[in-house]
Design a binder for this molecule. Structure first.
Ligand code: NAP
Ligand code: HSE
Length: 428
């Protein structure tokens, strides 16, 4: 039998489910893959905690370094999360010649380049299928199946918590705070959901998607991000009236000015394939000249789907250990121009609170015109001192759109720029 000893760093939602599967489904996995996968050591913070799996005495420890260094551990699974100490532990395992499987998007986005180089140096695998999209196979398709495609754009709903909140707000009128609490109760949100709602979690995933899609390493510093904390029920309603739905998107593009990656809420046409993605489901939409459009969708979070992705990587890495060959990285990263976000063409929806008087619309149109931004449509609701103007612009470089917003904000006739959200549609 092809026995592989596994050491885990972490046994929480993902690690605990993985251990349960490795133990309970051992025979089925062996029958299907020919592999005898043995959980040899598991590092946790609190060894006294009640676990959802049962394992032999002596396997659980607080000594994470001991797990890596243990001679009966052939392969390390990092599912503790965060940058520290996970980063140094993963590096140590790779330097010791042990393949690593991780679900840690934050770590890969922050130190992926260094860790991939360490894996290459040792000739072992560093696999992270679960880091983006939970149970959706996306890292392997991007790194292998689509490696020959000149991908032009990747757009994804890559955070289940925020998609769940936006779905509840738009379909049931649930208040933001209540929808967030529901997401936490259902276990989609991070223990501290700040990273979810501010877009930081999606930004880490966007950095990884962009790096793999375009073969150039996109660091987290190059992914501007905004979350959903400013999205209001009013804008969800207005967007629907205009034929759009609001989604938090990770967008990675190969633009004329270079590779660009960003995360922010967008108004998406209601007939776009990503508009149909509801609740905690994730989806990644890929465009390229030969494949045209591909949509990957499924459960983006949760112990079971994520553990399936980790298990697939474990099986892959175990096969490579048994093959005994030096493992080369699936994707090589070449230096490339990264676009300044200011140069990236964007479209905006702007909601203005204005006084409904003669000449107001002309002043606002002039402010957009001075910034060289063309207006696509204007819609007004209300009258007298309490009118609302909804403006959708044509595409123009982001810096010009911001310039226009600044000019509009400075106008005396504009009481407030109540909302400004980018629009993502194929129209100019
Ligand atoms: P979790 O439930 O909080 O589990 C973390 C585990 O790591 C716990 O077992 C914890 O020990 C252990 N741990 C933390 N710090 C440690 C340390 N310094 N030394 C030893 N053990 C330590 O987290 P999770 O939800 O399973 O997430 C794990 C990773 O998967 C993260 O990178 C996350 O971003 C990623 N991920 C999660 C999901 C998901 O749906 N949950 C989806 C995709 C990716 P105790 O049990 O003793 O506290
Ligand atoms: N908190 C994350 C989400 C978990 O809501 O998508 C999966 O990475």
């Amino acid at each position: 039998m092809n026995t592989i000893g596994i050491g885990l760093l972490g046994a929480g939602t993902v690690g605990g489910t993985l251990i349960h599967r490795l133990v309970e489904e051992h025979a089925a996995i062996a029958a299907k893959t020919g592999l005898d996968l043995q959980v040899r050591r598991v590092a946790v913070r609190d060894p006294g905690k009640q676990r959802a799996f049962s394992i032999h005495n002596g396997v659980i420890t607080t000594d994470a370094l001991g797990v890596i260094d243990s001679p009966d551990v052939d392969l390390v699974v990092e599912v503790m999360g965060g940058r520290d100490p996970a980063g140094d532990l993963v590096l140590r395992a790779l330097q010791a010649g042990k393949p690593v499987v991780t679900a840690n998007k934050e770590l890969i986005a922050a130190r992926g380049s260094e860790l991939i180089a360490a894996a290459e140096q040792s000739g072992v695998a560093l696999l992270f299928e679960a880091a983006v999209g939970g149970g959706i196979p996306i890292i392997r398709p991007l790194s292998e199946t689509l490696a020959g495609e000149r991908i032009t754009r990747v757009m994804g709903i890559v955070n289940g918590t925020t998609n769940f909140i936006l779905t509840r707000m738009s379909e049931e009128g649930t208040a933001y705070a209540e929808a967030l609490q529901q997401a936490q109760d259902l276990g989609f949100a991070e223990p501290d959901p700040t990273a979810d709602v501010t877009g930081a979690d999606a930004a880490a995933k966007a950095a990884i998607l962009a790096s793999l899609a375009f073969g150039t390493w996109v660091g987290l510093d190059h992914v501007p991000h905004a979350g959903i904390t400013e999205v209001t029920a009013a804008d969800i309603r207005y967007a629907a009236d205009l034929g759009y739905i609001i989604k938090l998107l990770a967008i990675a593009e190969d633009t004329e000015a270079g590779v660009s990656a960003r995360v922010h809420p967008v108004l998406l046409p209601s007939d776009h394939p990503l508009a149909a993605i509801r609740g905690a489901t994730n989806a990644i939409f890929i465009e390229g000249p030969a494949i045209d459009e591909l949509l990957f969708a499924g459960p983006g979070a949760g112990g079971d789907p994520t553990a399936t992705a980790v298990l697939g990587d474990v099986i892959d890495a175990a096969r490579e250990i048994l093959a005994g060959a030096q493992v080369a990285p699936r994707i090589r990263f070449a230096p490339s121009e990264l676009a300044d976000f200011g140069t990236v063409p964007t479209k905006w929806y702007v909601r203005l609170e204005v006084a409904d008087r003669p000449g107001v619309l002309a002043q606002i149109a002039a402010a957009f015109g001075e910034a060289d931004v063309s207006i696509k449509s204007v819609w007004q609701e209300g009258s007298d001192d309490e009118a609302t103007l909804l403006i959708v612009t044509h595409r123009a470089p982001e810096s010009r759109q911001r310039d226009a917003l600044g000019r509009v904000r400075d106008l005396d006739c504009v009481n407030a720029v109540a909302a400004a959200i980018r629009v993502e549609s194929d129209e100019a």
